[in-house]
Write a protein that binds this ligand. Structure first.
Ligand code: NAD
Length: 434
């Protein structure tokens, strides 16, 4: 079976590489020639643990190739995955489907024999049908089926998530499509991965309903953390107490500065738009979006309350990516928080184990960049923890204090123990813990 994957971002690249690891011949396509050149010379354009090894192994085995020539990649492919971006459309928050539709049209011209066109991008209900129409209109004689196969991988553990997913969701309409999809995922059926075969619409909605639910869960625990601060309770213990209930589960119950990343912000917005368009509002998700936006901004007050005037204060930021183990800074809370600090004329030093290149693109010379926590902290009056990278957890409070010029740590990820911090004479502020 020959597979083409269009779009070699976080999802397309991981999917392509993993399908080649299953033994299929995979061609990954991207219109970004620079990315393709890098991939062809062995350079992985994203930080994703474990990806480099699998990429190298499958390129060497000649099962995995990269090209910017979509036509030749699709011609002769049995399955074509669409894995391009679906960002928020400027102005109205709907998912912007222009890349998906552009690619569908291009694919239609190269279809050569029965082909399965699979949307792996996160796309609103109705997109699969629209893709079908586009292909039919542009190439009436094309023999194809459209399948929805949303991806649930998480950046930072993408390989493991792809290889051992909680479930595989497949929306389709024909037995022929089902046969091919089950061949593709056979290695995972052997691991007894649950598979849901359903309609295109249901499959598309499962993805949005899942992401929005997780965003709601995060916002819920963040609001409970606010309440903890008012009533003298401890959010870590509240989360633990709640999470042990199997009906609730302990995942996504960590209070923090608000969710970010390339998925939750845009997917919650897109779900609200779809729901409103269909006169069936999801008000819980709407409230979640508003609260999360407020929260990211409100984190500034937390920093201000700890030290007062921020003008000309030396502030070190540890962690920039929206979560650990990725270089992705899309919609990261760090962007809103640093922007506000810069506007207030604070002097910002920053360090992240993986996202420094991304940060330079975003902030250019508005902030200073360092290559280790220690260098970043040196001489600062306030240290703010924005991403819970493991290497920050191991920092010794006495060492931090010796390097700093002040003694305030604002820990927006609750990575340190308040008792240890206070006994080291650190003015320690965290989330939902007094
Ligand atoms: P991305 O922005 O990292 O990558 C998209 C890629 O598509 C880019 O490399 C871009 O150059 C390429 N592209 C755009 N138009 C093209 C065209 N016409 N021809 C060839 N290539 C083209 O995006 P991503 O984070 O991988 O997300 C892709 C989709 O998967 C989105 O819909 C997203 O919501 C969904 N998703 C993402 C994640 C995640 O963790 N990033 C998880 C699950 C689902």
């Amino acid at each position: 079976m020959r597979i083409a994957v269009v779009g070699t971002g976080y999802v397309g690249l991981v999917s392509g590489v993993c399908f080649s690891e299953f033994g299929f011949k995979v061609t990954c396509v991207d219109k970004d020639k620079n990315k393709i050149n890098n991939l062809n010379s062995g350079k992985i354009p994203i930080y994703e643990p474990g990806l480099e090894n699998i990429h190298e192994r499958n390129v060497a085995a000649k099962r995995l190739i990269f090209t910017s020539d979509l036509y030749s990649a699709v011609k002769g492919a049995d399955v074509v995955f669409i894995a391009v971006g679906t960002p928020s459309r400027r102005g109205d928050g709907h998912a912007d489907l222009k890349f998906v539709y552009e690619v569908s049209k291009e694919i239609s011209k190269a279809i050569d024999g029965y082909t399965l066109v699979v949307t792996k991008s996160t796309v609103p209900v109705g997109t699969g049908r629209k893709v079908k129409e586009i292909i039919k209109k542009s190439n009436p004689s094309a023999d194809f089926d459209v399948v929805s196969n949303p991806e649930f991988l998480r950046e930072g553990s993408a390989i493991e998530d792809f290889m051992r997913p909680d479930r595989i969701v497949v929306g389709l309409e024909t037995e022929r499509a089902k046969e091919i999809m089950s061949t593709l995922y056979r290695p995972l059926f052997l691991l007894e991965t649950p598979v849901i075969y359903t309609s295109l619409e249901t499959s598309e909605l499962i993805k949005y309903a899942s992401n929005a639910f997780l965003a709601v869960k995060i916002s819920y625990i963040n609001q409970i953390a606010d309440l903890c601060e008012r009533v003298g309770a401890n959010i870590d213990e509240v989360s633990k107490g709640m999470g042990l209930d199997k009906r609730i589960g302990n995942k996504f119950l960590h209070a923090g500065p608000g969710y970010g990343g390339s998925c939750f912000p845009k997917d919650t917005l897109a779900l609200v738009k779809t729901a409103n368009d269909n006169n069936s509002p999801v008000t819980i998700v709407d409230e979640t979006i508003k609260y999360n936006n407020f929260r990211k901004i409100n984190m500034l007050a937390k920093i201000q309350n700890s030290v007062g005037e921020l003008k000309n204060k030396n502030i070190s930021i540890l962690g920039l990516s929206f979560k650990p183990e990725t270089d992705d800074m899309r919609e990261s809370p760090s962007v809103d928080i640093i922007d506000q600090l810069v506007n207030l004329k604070a002097i910002i030093s920053a360090y992240d184990p993986a996202a420094m290149d991304e940060a330079k693109e975003i902030f250019s010379d508005k902030i200073k960049y360092f290559s280790s926590s220690e260098e970043c902290i040196k001489g600062s009056e306030i240290v703010v923890i924005l991403t819970e990278w493991n290497e920050f957890r191991a920092l010794d409070p006495n060492l931090i204090l010796n390097l700093m010029d002040g003694n305030t740590i604002v820990d927006l990820r609750n990575i340190f123990d308040p008792i240890a911090m206070r006994s080291a004479k650190i003015n320690y502020i965290s989330i939902g813990r007094n």
